[in-house]
Design a protein. Structure first.
Length: 131
């Protein structure tokens, strides 16, 4: 999934823009470095949680990703992107838990294009052995 740029405040826009570009280009080392700086200089927010979890998953730090996602969900339990990413962390570990996370993502999603993406994740799970 490519990150779309969302309307952000001026400060947030500049803080996230470079990180999003690094993620979209799969430059994980640079994305990690910039995230570390951003998180140390700013309070962890929903967007930083999403970006950090994405990088942690891509670099195979699943447990750390779950912790960051949990922090993001404490800020806003209705953030469907966090539920979607959490589901991804469970796909190889607990397929039923992944499905429940995707259902939450679908429930809270208010973007038609993202509803299609979430449905594709749900359909993928339904096709898996053990579900």
């Amino acid at each position: 999934i490519k990150f779309r740029r969302k309307p952000l405040g001026r400060r947030d826009h500049f803080m996230y823009e470079s990180i999003i570009d690094k993620i979209n280009n799969q430059n994980w080392a640079e994305a990690t470095r910039e995230l570390s700086v951003s998180i140390s200089e700013n309070k962890l927010d929903e967007q930083l949680s999403i970006l950090a979890a994405t990088v942690l998953i891509a670099t195979d730090h699943i447990e750390e990703a779950r912790k960051v996602i949990a922090e993001g969900l404490k800020l806003n339990y209705r953030n469907y992107e966090l539920w979607l990413i959490l589901g991804q962390t469970y796909e190889t570990f607990n397929i039923n838990q992944a499905y429940l996370c995707y259902e939450n993502a679908l429930f809270y999603c208010n973007n038609n294009a993202d509803v299609e993406v979430i449905n594709s994740f749900l359909n993928h799970i339904k096709d898996c052995d053990g579900f």
